[in-house]
Ligand binder design. Sequence first.
Ligand SMILES: O=C(O)CCC(=O)C(=O)O
Ligand SMILES: [Fe+2]
Length: 310
Amino acid sequence: MKNIFPGLPLVESPLFPALKSKWGLTTEEERIADDLHEKGFAVFDFPDSDLNGRIDRIQRHLGPRYGIDFEAADSDKTVGERRIQDAWKEDEDVRAIAANQAVINLLSKLYGRKAFPFQTLNFPIGTQQDAHSDSVHFSSLPERFLCGVWLAMEDIGPDAGPLFYHPGSHRWPIMSNALIGRRGYGSDLISAQDPYGPAWRALCEAHGSQEEVFLARKGQALIWCANLLHGGSHQKNSALTRWSQVTHYYFDDCIYYTPAFSDETLGKLQLRNLVSVSDGQLRPNKYLGEPVKAHSEMPRRRLFPRFIFK
Ligand SMILES: O=C(O)CCC(=O)C(=O)O
Ligand SMILES: [Fe+2]
């Protein structure tokens, strides 16, 4: 069957139930596709035979950069840095996890466009990040061609600030400045998520949506859809670690931009200039196969980089 909506990820298409039998999915791929379609996230075992070795090496290599005393079991682990962004540039194991070919093939099959990783985040503890959808930080035109893959680098219990999410929230309206009546282009923000917090809370309340936590086993991974509401729950025990890696993926032949600092309706987009983690090559913004240029009057976005989450 021809996909008449190529502007939607296959897995998020309303025609998904009719289309999926034609994709040649294995039983496991179909389970993942069904979960993404219905719930907005899917759990799978990370396919890498050297994963334990990579995790050991990443912890040894990145550990000293967080300023945390990992040696003493009862030391407060939450006092240092919470994240290292784009460690793939100097850590081959972080890069290999992000560029795992089986994961890229899986995402490409599920979305109907070729996936590429463009950002890594390595966390030694819980992020305690408020509920948000990544699509205010990273979006695409057409929409929804973005996902995160979160990997548990150790067993994560309820006191370590596990990842949480609101199942089904990927179907709620995609959060945007137009939706909340705000102008974003050229704006200043402490955190790009701040303007949308009240709207997300109102949606949760209206839907009676409860957060669910992911008590992950080491080596389990979770894909979240661009508009799935998720975050890091409160870390009840500050002596624990919660090692994890998030890789964000975009898909070929899209415009990549930051909605928090854009006004789509006016054609003012804060475009992103992306490099793929897989090959270090630029991935130009494209629409229907043709390159798209930045808006000529585009000012630099004004941010307070220290506080920005993405
Ligand atoms: O690991 C977490 O707690 C959440 C991370 C997250 O939201 C992200 O990287 O997009
Ligand atoms: Fe996120």
